[in-house]
Design a protein around this ligand. Structure first.
Ligand SMILES: Cc1cc2nc3c(=O)[nH]c(=O)nc-3n(C[C@H](O)[C@H](O)[C@H](O)COP(=O)(O)OP(=O)(O)OC[C@H]3O[C@@H](n4cnc5c(N)ncnc54)[C@H](O)[C@@H]3O)c2cc1C
Length: 386
């Protein structure tokens, strides 16, 4: 199936990234987590090989491709057991927003580093009192001479400690309408008044989540990315790639778990035949495989629409792809753990911790219910309950 849909270049990229992923694999990520480090070696090598910036413009050091190519990178690293969560935010959201709306100076300052991995950028939109309702965010920017002063709180922002800066979504103080007019600011990690507190997550991941407190953070005029009046268009230019990349993250993880289960089911014998010969074991694995393939198809459609410049069409497809991939991932991981019996809960096989990890894509960056709301209202034209 993929043979028909993917170009030779895409297949070559898939197999090259897969080879890199296998050289690191799950053991590398497990070691990195145990040592409290970030996966810097893999990040650096992927950057050198041009994989982190495949979607960024060539003139700024990128590969000149799109989210289609970047999603292949993340899916294959994940399938090898070594996903890089920061790919979802650094090149996909921040790199896209800066290349589409940034000034020439911002592009020169950030894109080459984001592309080769020497610089990383986190992304903060979620707020404690807004959650799924990002129209309610209150992080506010007000002018002070030529500068901006940014005040507010964010929550669950990934990788702020490893990122050189965070792209913060705020709103301007003179936005008189009640509707969200988001504006985006680059906040360097060590800016005065920009505090981060790690959140104690029950997640076995190398990337940490942070609560951020911005207390009159003073930023120069050129910290603003794009037009302060451009509104939601600019924001969604980054959020659609985020959804497509979260789908890639989920599909990669699902494939990784499924591969481990298949390997085990082929050889584990407790009666006369390997457990994989029992349809009660084989069929759910086959279903999980089908669900992952279907989710990938939707992800490819979303990436294709986005990369062809159809922001509206990409919005619906990206939501559906993220939904389908998250559900497929949760089911694949659950079935993989079950296939291994008791071994599924041992550290040796490393599957049980994926039960929590697989839930992330169901919640973030937009929850399963909010996608179902979107499809109910936008696609099916049903009335809104909230
Ligand atoms: C591991 C991880 C990493 C993250 N990384 C980032 C990051 O880098 N940057 C960032 O900005 N954010 C990040 N997030 C935040 C993430 O985007 C939010 O958790 C998500 O948007 C949901 O918001 P919430 O957690 O406040 O849930 P809530 O909005 O409080 O929702 C709680 C529950 O209520 C449901 N619900 C809410 N409204 C409705 C409704 N109208 N109808 C039906 N059900 C509804 C939701 O579906 C959910 O099940 C991350 C989260 C996690 C878990």
């Amino acid at each position: 199936m993929t043979a028909v849909i993917e170009s030779e270049e895409h297949k070559a990229l898939r197999s090259a990234v897969s080879a890199l992923g296998r050289r690191y694999g799950r053991d590398y990520i497990t070691r990195t987590i145990a040592e409290g480090r970030h996966p810097t070696e893999l990040w650096a090598e992927a950057g050198k090989l041009g994989y982190l910036g495949v979607n960024l413009p060539e003139e700024y050091g990128g590969g000149g491709g799109g989210i289609g190519e970047l999603s292949i990178v993340l899916e294959e690293l994940g399938a090898a057991g070594s996903p890089l969560l920061m790919l979802v935010v650094s090149p996909a959201i921040c790199g896209t927003v800066i290349s589409r709306f940034g000034t020439e100076e911002q592009k020169r300052a950030w894109l080459p580093g984001l592309a080769d991995g020497t610089r990383t950028m986190a992304f903060g939109i979620t707020e404690p009192d807004a959650g799924s309702n990002s129209h309610r965010i209150t992080t506010t920017a007000r002018r002070d001479g030529a500068d901006w002063l940014l005040t507010g709180r964010k929550i669950y922002v990934s990788g702020v400690d490893q990122a050189d800066a965070t792209l913060i979504v705020g709103r301007t103080a003179d936005a008189r309408t009640g509707s969200l007019k988001p504006c985006l600011f680059i906040v360097p990690r060590d800016t005065e008044g920009f505090a981060r507190h790690p959140i104690d997550m029950e997640l076995n991941a190398a990337e940490k989540q942070f609560e951020l407190v911005l207390d009159d953070v003073r930023l120069p005029a050129d910290a603003l990315v794009g037009d302060e009046d451009a509104g939601l268009l600019q924001l969604f230019a980054g959020l659609n790639p985020e959804r497509i990349m979260t789908a890639a993250f989920a599909i990669g993880m699902g494939r990784h778990a499924l591969a481990k289960a298949i390997e085990y089911a082929r050889v584990r014998t407790v009666w006369k035949v390997p457990i994989g010969a029992h349809q009660a074991i084989a069929h759910p694995l086959a279903q999980a495989h089908i669900d992952l393939e279907l989710a990938r198809l939707m992800m490819q459609k979303a990436a294709h629409l986005y990369d062809s410049g159809d922001d509206i069409g990409a919005g619906e497809a990206a939501n559906m792809a993220k939904y389908a991939a998250a559900e497929a991932c949760v089911k694949a991981v659950d079935q993989a753990v079950h296939t291994l019996g008791g071994a599924g809960l041992t550290r040796e096989f490393g599957l049980a911790s994926l039960i929590t990890a697989s839930r992330v894509a169901r919640i973030a960056p937009v929850s399963r219910e909010m996608i179902l709301n979107y499809v109910s209202h936008q696609t099916l034209g049903l009335p809104k309950s909230y």
